[in-house]
Design a binder for this molecule. Structure first.
Ligand code: 6PG
Length: 252
């Protein structure tokens, strides 16, 4: 579990862009495709815009094989794709509408669906088809982007959620009491099978949660981001100075 501390949100996005480009190039060289799950929320927006306009860190500009990139989502809200809260909409506006990804390569949750079990199972089917999985196999993403909530949640794995302990399903549809809302999320089985996971964390409001992840004693039930422990992969935490501010060795 590596942690890299960036000066601020801008440098965080630049470093994340370089890492994203590196993973994309390596995956296409190795397997002819780059399969990535995007994070929702607000932090990744700056990264998505940087990837879209190809500026910023030299490594990123024009270096992403969009034609061979397959986009999935780590989680989604139970809203239509054009809803202001939709993670798909945020990624579409910041990135997907601006780069030449074949439309069939973008796989969103059918989150407008009425029946959560059907929404979850249809996304699971999309994963099985997209990764050409045999029964019982787990998709291995080349890269999964994740964020961290102030309560230690990641994707839509919230404290106390049954989905944290889910070992069979690839996609869960937890009711999140504190939000009074349904969510859809990849399960730890999928997150932990990735080749690379990159957390993007920015802002002083996340400092408590970052400290709990790195220096706390609570388990994943209370701090769900701690459930992410890759079986055979690289876990990178990209955290800016503000979010790393309470770490005992921050800034050394
Ligand atoms: C979501 C995300 C969620 C997010 C964290 C951090 O759907 O909201 O998947 O896990 O990454 O809540 O969100 P911010 O980046 O907005 O702080």
């Amino acid at each position: 579990m590596r942690i890299r501390i960036a000066e601020d949100a801008e440098e965080l996005a630049d470093r994340a862009g370089e890492e994203f480009a590196r993973r994309a190039q390596d995956a296409v060289l190795a397997n002819g495709a780059f399969r990535v799950a995007l994070a929702g929320g607000s932090t990744p927006r700056r990264l998505y815009r940087l990837l879209a306009d190809g500026q910023g860190a030299p490594l990123v500009a024009g270096k992403i094989p969009w034609g061979r990139t397959h986009i999935y989502f780590g989680d989604e809200r139970a809203v239509p794709p054009d809803h202001p809260d939709s993670n798909y909409r945020m990624a579409y506006e910041a990135l997907l509408s601006k780069v030449p990804i074949p439309p069939g390569n973008v796989r969103r949750y059918c989150s407008e669906g009425e029946d959560p079990a059907i929404v979850a199972s249809s996304y699971e089917k999309m994963l099985r088809e997209g990764f050409q999985l045999a029964d019982g196999e787990t998709p291995r993403f080349d890269l999964i982007l994740l964020g961290l909530g102030t309560d230690g949640h990641t994707a839509s794995l919230f404290p106390g959620s049954e989905a944290i302990g889910e070992t069979e399903k690839l996609v869960a549809a937890p009711w999140v009491e504190k939000l009074g809302a349904r969510r859809y999320t990849l399960t730890p089985r999928v997150l932990n099978n990735a080749a690379h996971v990159m957390f993007l964390v920015s802002g002083a409001d996340k400092a408590e949660a970052v400290k709990k992840v790195f220096e706390g004693t609570q388990g994943p039930e209370e701090v769900p981001a701690r459930v992410v422990q890759l079986l055979q992969g690289n876990l990178l935490w990209l955290v800016d100075q503000d979010a790393a501010g309470l770490l005992s060795r921050a800034g050394e």
